[in-house]
Design a protein around this ligand. Structure first.
Ligand SMILES: *Cc1c(COP(=O)(O)O)cnc(C)c1O
Length: 362
């Protein structure tokens, strides 16, 4: 491993080193043009190639059928919290939300501004020692929801689920911290959107995969930059797109293809997560109370049975170049994010450090 620290931040998150090296060179001279990637015009052939290849690579990585459109939109996933209702629902509609953690709670609150009623179809069961999401077959869905919104990987809470409700309403999935970490069956979904900053690239960019039928009914108030139909017709260039972010996301997609694609990286991700959860479960200092079925492979939060050791843990971890292990400010505790670009060696080093730290304090 290089001199770079292992960065466990939840987002903006670690990126592959070879991607950063290529982007660094392009910052001064993109492809021998003498022009920086930050200076490249979006109406150039060069950028059309960049955005075209990024879209095509995403399609091939996720095996997307032609009736799904790929959009690169401004405003991250939070922008989509508003874009979804104003593209899919009328003011008089009901929208169902699976409120399974911190991010879906915010998505539901934002959605509430634009529809008549938001129904919380499910909430997690949570005690000090047991956290889980009831199976989708038990969710309480409305008969006539405009859509059902899910967040299958809750980045802050480390809660994940794979099952989908049986419904005729389109399912909209906030895939921010899961996209490209495991295979995705898009045909079960109407929309999958993701903030790029977790698994794909720099912050500020949203990747939106939307079924063409759903893009047809925006409201009058829908801003052009978040109007799926308008953006699709103009190749995501209604606004000047974030050229540098799309360029770097494109490099990450090519890197992922080189790693063997989504199936291959999913196996690595499984191994990384298993290694860390085993270390937590075998220890008496670290605890994670999420049921096995609902444990996130991307974001692994853990608490300390002796909270007085927590500050020393972060300090000594940083000394070992294991950084950004502090959990989200809203929930406390520690959290290690294990996105695609976190190498196995980073997780091995973390587990070794955790064991040594516990031994030294027992
Ligand atoms: C990070 C995250 C968001 C917000 O992303 P922004 O880039 O800040 O808009 C929304 N949902 C989930 C699940 C996330 O992980």
């Amino acid at each position: 491993m290089s001199e770079r620290p292992a960065n466990f931040n939840a987002g903006p998150a670690t990126l592959p080193e070879e991607v950063l090296e290529e982007a660094a060179a392009a910052m001064l001279d993109y492809g021998g043009t003498g022009i920086s990637i930050a200076e490249l015009g979006h109406r150039t052939d060069a950028f059309e190639t960049i955005i075209g290849e990024a879209g095509a690579d995403l399609r091939s990585l996720l095996d997307l059928p032609p009736e799904y459109m790929v959009l690169f939109l401004p405003g991250g996933a939070r922008g989509q919290f508003a874009a979804v209702p104003i593209n899919l629902a009328r003011k008089t509609d009901i929208a169902d939300y699976a409120v399974t953690g911190s991010w879906s709670k915010q998505a539901a609150a934002q959605g509430r501004r634009y529809v008549h009623r938001v129904k919380h179809a499910v909430t997690p069961v949570s005690t000090d020692t047991d956290i889980y999401v009831p199976p989708a077959s038990e969710w309480k869905l409305s008969d006539n929801a405009a859509y059902v919104h899910i967040t299958p990987n809750e980045t802050i809470d480390g809660v994940a689920f794979d099952d989908l409700p049986d419904t005729d309403a389109p399912i909209v999935s906030d895939e921010s911290s899961r996209l490209l970490s495991q295979p995705l069956d898009i045909t079960r979904l109407g929309i999958a959107y993701a903030s790029a900053q977790k698994n794909v690239g720099p912050a500020g960019l949203a990747i939106v995969i939307v079924h063409e039928d759903l893009a047809q009914k925006p409201r009058k108030i829908t801003p052009d930059v978040w109007n799926y139909n308008t953006q699709a017709k103009q190749d995501s260039m209604v606004n000047t797109p974030p050229v540098v972010s799309i360029y770097i996301a494109g490099l990450v997609l090519k890197w992922l293809i080189k790693q063997g694609g989504v199936e291959a990286i999913a196996e690595v991700n499984k191994s990384k997560a298993t290694m860390l959860y085993n270390a937590i479960d075998e220890s008496t200092l670290y605890v994670n109370s999420v049921r096995a079925r609902n444990r996130s492979r991307m974001n692994v939060p853990f608490n300390f049975t002796r909270p007085e050791l927590e500050a020393a843990f972060y300090e000594q971890a940083a000394h070992e170049r294991l950084v950004n292990l502090e959990g989200h400010r809203s929930v406390g505790g520690a959290r290690a994010s294990l996105y695609n670009a976190m190498p196995m060696l980073g997780v091995t080093r973390l587990v070794e450090f955790m064991k040594a730290f516990e031994a030294a304090h027992s």
